[in-house]
Design a protein around this ligand. Structure first.
Ligand SMILES: Nc1ncnc2c1ncn2[C@@H]1O[C@H](COP(=O)(O)OP(=O)(O)OP(=O)(O)O)[C@@H](O)[C@H]1O
Ligand SMILES: [Mg+2]
Length: 295
């Protein structure tokens, strides 16, 4: 465990690591999308250096864009572990988590310098440590604000400079350490600079789960509970219940769906004390409540 992390870095992890298993499988989306994500990551991480300089060289940028609670952060973290597992025979992978809020735009000039230092010094140094490096920038809109949308009246000039710093930083990282993959998430794709988006090797738009996926998320959440309370195994395998609850929850995001299942434990003191007593009625009541609270 490193104690002092470089400025702007929220975490550094050596992968693959068993405790990073889980996120990749927990997000239920079209398997073809997951395959594209994994393939893009593996190509950049494994062959980015060899492709460098060629006209088809990847930029090393993957963008996950979509509404809140649709699994972007979970997928990005899962992708790091899934890619690290795939690449393990060729060496370990470093996952670097950037904290986009570490660059306050009100400090004129300072955030631009800090972002620039991150991409030109900190990340290249970190990327030299292991054969593969994946950098995760969660909520990139905090960092790369679309330049023409950010008006000079309402946004400090420094915001524009920070965006420029990210763009040139990205190019510099790619030149210094080809094969480094930057994965960024945003729930506001409109706010992210076009020049940034146009550099992406892959843009994945995450969406609200449709009516076929909602029951699967309900089931997966119940299986998670059954792992702790084996008495709930029957409920976790009862597809008719998942369908019934899922119908009520269709239209909500994945986070709300999982929270509703867990929230069903807290409708009654009895189930809060002893989750093994969770009933179909509890689940339906929680789902009905979530459905009426729907925006
Ligand atoms: N399609 C899905 N299948 C299964 N679980 C999902 C799905 N979408 C979201 N979840 C669950 O919802 C929770 C929140 O997901 P996550 O934090 O990754 O969303 P996000 O898109 O990053 O949201 P935000 O934009 O608010 O940061 C996680 O527990 C995740 O597993
Ligand atoms: Mg997120």
């Amino acid at each position: 465990m490193s104690t002092a992390l470089p400025h702007g870095v929220a975490g550094i992890h050596a992968l693959p690591a068993d405790h990073h298993d889980g996120p990749w499988d927990s997000v239920i989306i079209d398997p073809r999308v997951k395959e594209r994500l994994l393939a893009t990551a593996v190509l950049v991480l494994r062959h980015g250096r060899r492709l460098a300089g060629s006209p088809v060289a990847p930029h090393g940028l993957v963008v996950l864009a979509g509404p809140p609670g649709t699994g972007k952060t979970t997928l990005a973290q899962g992708l790091a572990q899934a890619a690290a597992r795939t690449l393990a025979p060729h060496g370990a992978t470093t996952l670097v988590e950037v904290d986009p809020h570490a660059f306050p735009s009100e400090m004129l000039g300072e955030s631009q310098r800090a972002v620039s230092r991150l991409f030109r010094e900190t990340l290249p140094e970190l990327a030299a440590r292991r054969p593969h490096t994946l950098v995760l920038v969660d909520e990139v809109e905090a960092l790369a604000v679309r330049r023409h949308a950010a008006s000079f009246d309402t946004n400090p000039v420094d915001v524009h400079r920070a965006t420029d710093a990210v763009l040139s930083g990205l190019d510099s990282l790619r030149a210094q350490r080809p094969g480094t993959l930057l994965v960024v998430t945003t729930n506001f794709a409109e706010a992210v600079d076009e020049a940034f988006l146009s550099r992406a090797d892959l843009v994945v738009h995450t969406e609200l789960p449709d009516e076929s996926v909602v029951p699967l998320i309900v089931a997966d959440s119940l299986r998670g509970l059954a792992a702790q309370w084996p008495e709930l195994a029957a409920l976790a395998e009862d597809t008719a219940v998942h369908q019934r609850v899922g119908k009520l929850l269709t239209g909500l995001d994945g986070r709300r769906i999982r929270k509703t299942v867990h929230g069903a434990l807290a409708l009654r003191l009895e189930t809060a004390r002893e989750p093994a007593l969770l009933s179909v009625d509890d689940l339906v009541a929680a789902a009905e409540e979530a459905a009426t609270a729907r925006p």
